[in-house]
Design a protein around this ligand. Structure first.
Ligand SMILES: [Zn+2]
Ligand SMILES: [Zn+2]
Length: 223
């Protein structure tokens, strides 16, 4: 390098005078310009080498930062993608939905009340369907991201397709045949599958003889 030669601090390129260097430095500022500064092969390799080293460091950091969480978490990671939608009813990893109401279901077989299983629509450690039961009270929780009219038929589909739930709806109701349907104490003549699940409805399905009195309401407490 002669006394008059100027060197670019950014890329190491050499220029015969300050004017040419100034012009050259301008070209660094235009990132997408086609007039890229002329970079010597050796410094280009250096830059590539540095980038590669940085990449290795980042990959290493990510790798090691991931290690503790995979060893601490005791249960399988919860998927953020809903799995196994049943008749339009999604299974979400979290509760606390926008629309949250409750209806109550009683099933009476030969004048005796039968128990509706807990955990219908709940895949443990995985997700909750928008229609589910938390216990054996017969309360159906309706929890969805939008206010929609769901039906008893959809709930029964969720019931029969939740892994590990027994008995099934058909087991409890002699295959669901010849059921009489009461909503809030009034017998309705529509098929039970189409009964809408509205807030605080008391739905009764009767198989066999109808008892002298059919529940017309349910004490939901704070629900
Ligand atoms: Zn609820
Ligand atoms: Zn719930």
């Amino acid at each position: 390098m002669t006394d008059t030669e100027k060197k670019c601090d950014i890329c190491g390129g050499r220029f015969e005078n300050s004017d040419k260097l100034a012009q050259h430095i301008e070209s660094h500022k235009e990132k997408n310009s086609k007039e890229r500064p002329k970079v010597s092969k050796s410094s280009r390799y250096k830059a590539t080498g540095i980038a590669a080293a940085v990449a290795v460091v980042i990959v290493t950091m990510v790798y090691f930062s991931d290690m503790p969480s995979t060893t601490i978490v005791p249960t399988p990671a919860v998927s953020s993608v809903p799995t196994g939608t049943i008749q339009g009813i999604q299974c979400d990893p979290m509760e606390g939905s926008f629309y949250h109401v409750h209806a109550h279901l009683d099933i009476i077989v030969d004048s005796k009340q039968v128990t509706i299983p807990a955990g219908i629509g709940i895949k443990s450690n995985e997700c909750l369907y928008w229609l589910h039961t938390h216990n054996t009270s017969g309360v159906i929780h309706i929890e969805s991201p939008a206010q929609t009219t769901f039906t008893l038929g959809q709930f029964i589909q969720v019931w029969d397709n939740t892994p590990g739930i027994s008995p099934t709806f058909e087991d409890l109701t002699r295959g669901g045949k010849d059921l009489k349907v009461f909503v809030n104490g009034t017998e309705v003549n529509t098929s039970y599958g189409t009964i809408p699940l509205s807030a605080h409805d008391e739905i009764v399905l009767v198989s066999g003889d109808v008892p002298p009195s059919v529940p017309s309401s349910y004490e939901f407490g704070g629900l």
